[in-house]
Unconditional design. Structure first.
Length: 567
């Protein structure tokens, strides 16, 4: 978000400081400060993304909603043992006092300064559904010329947002961000791929722009932060006129030249094959990360559900698109679609996965829920996917994600396959957002394949702690879901296909088979043995079919037949 855009007007704590022609700053009648006082933080409103900021474990990103001012704000998402700390080193003067403030929203949010040379400071607030200002002050030491300011969230809490950071005091030599000027008009607006309900647009970047506005038939359709957008919710077989303008804190440019595009006629994905009673799920990688590169036609026959990984998010909250990676080796998108159709004809379910480690799709309002459902259904129509997988690893809102999935189900029909792949911490109890979502859509849910990896030790349903990678770990955590209200047919065990498939948590296929037997037959258990069995347990999942192929298909060859021969 944008810092205050007029040099002469700034917030100091909770008091407005107004610079006047005399060169002094009047502060609520409490005294004066020198005109040299500035906001020494750079990119304080995150209008330049996360430039000048460093966020732990890649936890921070600039988003276009929610924002307090300008076009962007910081969103940082705690995960596992990381509390999403974002820092910036600012230049300060020794023996000087600074007012540190920021506006925050969302989960637990902390604001502080370290390395002050005197007393380090911090302040915090619990969850906030609206923007709230945090403020504190610090004094630098006699030889202090730089201070680290930071924000962070808290373990297991929702993502937090930050905007309009201010470190207000004497200029330490680093200066402050310059005031922006109105950007130039975007050039080379072009229409790309179209579906029956959407048109993809792209244009050249404009220097100094922090965002862009997309106009449809002369009316503002959406605001985005990047140089592309997919306009959705369009009528089939209809011509539309599009323009785009560039924006920043100083204002909006003139609109670009108009480009026309016509949507395609309506197609339908048709019903997919029924998912077997006991099913094997595998994620297929739409990228090359060193694992065996596969086309969908190469995916091993043991897999009943193939999750195409991953859909891409856009600057529009809730919107997803799919971009086939050239690294996979398809000659055309049509060739990829033909592979999907062939897999479905062979009795396999091919679904689009949303999220992953780097995916970040925001569904936190009625509008974004509608956008998610509509764009997901558009992908089902365009490619023939017969369902979706929810693999959001950066926090979810159960209320609005439930609305999105129900809207999607209403559009796609009862044959839609819906799977989820939460992390272990997301399913520790029925009060987590993931568990609440799973229970809220239980009547349309196919399976939850919890990720039993990259988590470390966790609590089982008996209240004891179990080490990752053991039969007890798999069975005692599955037990939480089974006792928490999910049907046995909606529970699967998700593990890496090889030691290279995840940072930790790989187990030999024999361990997976023992855990499946323990849960369905009461045999093969470790020290934990459930009080009952669940013969209808759905099966198992792996990341990924590519890593499985890299390891000579050892995982699917061992676990697949075992799953298919469960009671």
């Amino acid at each position: 978000m944008d810092r205050t855009t007029t040099r002469s007007r700034r917030w100091l704590g909770s008091t407005l400081a107004l610079a006047v022609g005399s060169g002094l700053v009047l502060v609520g009648g409490a005294g004066t400060a020198q005109a040299a006082d500035v906001n020494v933080a750079k990119n304080a409103g995150f209008e330049s993304g996360t430039a000048n900021w460093t966020c732990s474990a890649g936890s921070g990103t600039a988003v276009s909603s929610p924002v307090r001012t300008g076009a962007r704000a910081l969103k940082a998402t705690p995960g596992g043992q990381d509390h999403a700390k974002c820092t910036q080193v600012v230049a300060v003067k020794p023996n000087s006092t600074y007012t540190l403030s920021a506006w925050v929203q969302g989960g637990y949010a902390y604001l502080g300064a370290s390395g002050t040379g005197t007393t380090d400071v911090s302040t915090w607030t619990p969850d906030s559904s609206s923007w709230k200002q945090l403020t504190t002050t610090f004094t630098t030491g006699a030889s202090t010329t730089s201070v680290t300011v930071y924000t962070h969230g808290w373990y297991g809490q929702a993502a937090y947002h930050v905007d309009d950071v201010s470190v207000f005091g004497p200029d330490g030599g680093g200066g402050t961000d310059p005031d922006p000027v109105v950007p130039a008009t975007p050039a080379d607006l072009a229409a790309g791929s179209v579906t029956s309900s959407s048109v993809a647009l792209n244009w050249n970047a404009v220097s100094g722009a922090t965002g862009y506005k997309v106009y449809r038939n002369g009316t503002l359709d959406r605001s985005v932060s990047g140089t592309s957008a997919t306009v959705t919710g369009l009528a089939a077989n209809t011509t539309y006129q599009f323009q785009v303008s560039a924006t920043n804190a100083a204002g909006e440019s003139a609109k670009s030249a108009t480009v026309s595009a016509r949507t395609s006629e309506v197609t339908t994905p048709g019903p997919g094959p029924a998912v077997p009673k006991h099913a094997l799920t595998g994620y297929w990688q739409n990228f090359n990360n060193g694992a065996t590169v596969q086309k969908l036609r190469d995916v091993q026959a043991q897999y009943d559900i193939i999750a195409v990984s991953f859909a891409d998010s856009t600057a529009t909250p809730g919107q997803i698109v799919f971009n086939l990676d050239p690294a996979v080796g398809y000659a055309s998108v049509a060739d990829f679609k033909a592979d999907i159709a062939a897999k479905k004809a062979a009795g396999k379910s091919v679904i689009i996965s949303v999220g992953g480690e780097k995916g970040n799709v925001t569904v936190n309002s009625d509008a974004s829920a509608t956008t998610f459902a509509d764009s997901a259904y558009a992908l089902m129509q365009e490619y023939g996917f017969n369902g979706v997988d929810i693999d959001l690893e950066h926090g979810i809102n159960s209320t609005y994600l439930t609305k999105a999935l129900r809207r999607l189900s209403a559009k796609a029909g009862s044959s839609m396959v819906l799977t989820m792949a939460p992390q272990t911490i997301d399913m520790q109890n029925t009060g987590t957002e993931y568990f609440k979502t799973a229970l809220a859509v239980k009547d349309i849910l196919t399976v939850v394949n919890m990720q039993y990896y990259n988590s470390g030790s966790m609590l089982g349903c008996d209240g004891k702690v179990y080490s990752q990678g053991s039969v007890d770990f798999l069975t005692a955590l599955a037990c939480i879901q089974l006792q928490g209200g999910l049907d046995a047919s909606q529970v699967g065990l998700g593990v890496p296909a090889s030691t290279r498939g995840a940072g930790s948590g790989y187990v030999d296929p024999s361990i997976v088979k023992n855990a499946l037997d323990c849960l369905t037959r009461g045999t093969g258990c470790g020290t934990f043995k459930p009080a009952q069995t669940w013969p209808n347990l759905r099966g198992a999942m792996t990341w990924s079919t590519n890593w499985d192929a890299t390891a000579g298909n050892a995982w699917s060859n061992a676990v697949g037949p075992h799953v298919h021969n469960l009671p």
